[in-house]
Design a protein around this ligand. Structure first.
Ligand SMILES: Cc1ncc(COP(=O)(O)O)c(C=O)c1O
Length: 399
């Protein structure tokens, strides 16, 4: 039992409203709190635990690597980072990788790489067109790149050079292109923005626009990459190759690992331009290898596609039954419109009060509401149909 008197919660910076729950352990799609109550987890660390909580392959990778080598220094090669870089390049359209610790850091790297490329190849062009409602991270530059309402003033002045166009509006992007433009950056599906999917026409149109003006296309795949959309990377779903891609979340399956990938002709960093103490450390990249090897098994991605289809059908039926709004998404990144600003209330009820309903004794359900009228579903990619059925039963009660 957690002793809140011995460990007062105010010793942590108050950066978000947290419920008075301390999670102590997890397994697959389930989490347990300090009282022993268990929760069916359809948040999974915000689409991070691609293989669920504490999967065997991650535990094995950590326990095998930890006694061998944790960090030699990013200034030396280490075996796991070389293996993972080669696995990623062999299975994508990219030629080189720079490992980071977080998605924001990977995006910072993408922004720096594009600006450097602009300096070398495009007369110092530096502007990167991004989209309204996008989310690229919480560093100053990635907050400036993000199109989240209110983020333009919160830590003003912003990092300049990120004009914004409406998502899925090709003409609006084209109208922002000028001699200073070096790149276009977007999430193939805006995750935090509420699961807004790019149309194939938009993605193909951006590629053509980039080619026409010699711009770089940057896909932020921190949320859409690593199997989430039913393809290893989101760009493969659309059949559009970006010049730069960033990965995070699922690549580490729960440990801090992220990556910046680029085509050879874009890799213009010179010594000293980019680096960081923990980048590519063997402990995290060993986990990355284990996660990726799991995803490369022939049955893995077809299973994600089938499960995503099943979840979509179930949510669509629920929406019809309860007169809710649109169901949307790709693969296992899905959303349901509630037609009313009650997302927060539904999330809180499912977590804290579902246990009063028959069959939910000492159990809760973890859901996410990225916008007041939207629920987002981002379960483990190996979630079972039984777990989806149980989630839907709980969601129905909560609604
Ligand atoms: C699309 C996208 N980019 C970047 C980030 C930032 O990643 P991190 O929180 O690891 O810095 C997120 C996190 O939600 C994201 O969804």
């Amino acid at each position: 039992m957690m002793n809140f008197e011995k460990y007062p919660t105010h010793a942590l910076m108050n950066i978000t409203a947290r419920p008075e729950i301390v999670f102590t352990h997890g397994a697959g799609s389930w989490l347990w709190d300090h009282t022993g109550k268990k929760y069916l987890d359809f948040v999974q660390g915000w689409a991070v635990n691609a293989l669920g909580h504490s999967p065997r392959c991650i535990v094995d990778a950590l326990t095998a690597q930890a006694p061998k080598l944790i960090t030699p220094s990013p200034a030396f090669y280490n075996e796991p980072s070389l293996i993972l870089a080669n696995l990623l390049t062999a299975n994508s359209c990219f030629d080189q990788v720079f490992f980071t610790n977080t998605g924001a850091e990977a995006n910072e790297g993408a922004i720096k790489l594009a600006r450097k490329w602009g300096r070398v190849h495009k007369n110092g062009a530096f502007e990167i067109i991004t989209t309204v409602n996008s989310f690229h991270g919480r560093t100053l530059a990635t907050m400036s790149a993000s199109g989240k309402p209110g983020w333009d003033t919160i830590f003003a002045p912003q990092v300049p050079g990120f004009p914004k166009a409406n998502f899925n509006d090709l003409a609006a992007v084209a109208a922002l292109v000028n001699a200073n433009t070096v790149a276009i950056m977007l999430e193939p599906v805006q995750g935090e923005g509420g699961v807004n999917c790019a149309t194939p026409a938009f993605m193909h149109g951006l590629r053509a626009l980039a080619d026409k003006h010699r711009l770089l296309l940057i896909c932020d795949e921190v949320q859409t990459g690593m199997g989430r959309l039913g393809t290893l990377f989101g760009y493969q779903h659309f059949g559009v190759e970006p010049d730069i891609m960033t990965l995070g979340k699922g690549i580490g399956g729960g440990v801090p690992l992220a990556a910046l990938l680029a085509k050879a002709e874009v890799c213009v960093f010179e010594h000293g331009d980019q680096g960081g103490t923990y980048n590519g450390n063997p402990l995290m990249t060993a986990v990355g290898i284990a996660v990726l090897q799991e995803m490369l098994k022939p049955a893995f991605l077809p299973q994600v596609q089938a499960t995503g289809k099943y979840l979509a059908e179930c949510l669509t039926a629920l929406s019809k039954d309860l007169n809710l709004g649109e169901e949307r998404g790709i693969g296992l990144l899905r959303a349901l419109e509630l037609n009313a600003e009650r997302g927060g209330a539904v999330v809180a009820f499912a977590r804290d009060q579902l246990e009063t309903a028959p069959g939910w004794n000492n159990m809760g359900l973890l859901l996410n509401s990225p916008r007041p009228s939207v629920l987002r579903f981002m379960p483990a990619l190996n979630v079972s149909r039984e777990e989806i059925d149980l989630m839907l039963a709980g969601l129905r009660i909560a609604l």
